[in-house]
Design a protein around this ligand. Structure first.
Ligand SMILES: Cc1cc2nc3c(=O)[nH]c(=O)nc-3n(C[C@H](O)[C@H](O)[C@H](O)COP(=O)(O)OP(=O)(O)OC[C@H]3O[C@@H](n4cnc5c(N)ncnc54)[C@H](O)[C@@H]3O)c2cc1C
Length: 124
């Protein structure tokens, strides 16, 4: 009887340990996975490149073209549906490409790099 109880306790212990591990591992963020704010369709990507300089972006596009790798572009990643990213593609993270190039208060015009958000503009 004692042996049966011990085996039962061992099974419960093993199950609890596996359950705790699975819950914990679900919370890990896989950096090679990309998703948008909806988290509906995570996609395994090859690499993320944060473009702060135009040259980085140009080089990345050229290299991807040479290697026949698809590129997707990410801004604040606030779109929904998960359709933006290509599997095994390169993601160009544009959030660092956000300089304010010129601002004319009189003409009410502003030129910005294409990763600029309203927040970047408001903080100018
Ligand atoms: C809670 C919530 C509320 C929202 N409210 C509104 C609202 O009130 N009004 C409204 O209009 N929208 C709203 N949206 C929608 C959201 O603002 C748009 O989906 C917008 O495109 C998100 O911009 P993003 O920079 O996050 O783009 P991302 O999600 O990163 O990308 C969206 C698309 O734009 C492309 N892209 C991104 N950056 C660039 C770039 N620099 N150059 C070229 N292509 C680029 C991407 O490839 C992708 O196809 C809301 C979304 C959420 C989740």
């Amino acid at each position: 009887m004692k042996k049966k109880l011990l085996a039962f306790a061992l099974c419960i212990g093993a199950y609890a340990a596996l359950f705790a591990y699975s819950v914990h591992s679900d919370q890990k963020t896989d950096t090679s996975e990309m998703t948008d704010v909806s988290r509906l369709m995570p996609v395994k990507i090859k690499q993320t490149v944060k473009g702060q300089e135009g040259e980085t972006l140009i080089d990345t596009v050229k290299e991807a073209n040479r290697k026949n790798i698809k590129i997707s572009i990410a801004g604040a990643q606030h779109s929904m549906g998960g359709h933006t990213y290509y599997e095994d593609g390169i993601v160009l993270d544009m959030t660092g490409y956000n300089k304010i190039l010129s601002f004319d208060q009189e003409k009410k015009t502003i030129r910005v790099q294409s990763g600029a958000t309203w927040n970047d503009i408001r903080n100018t």
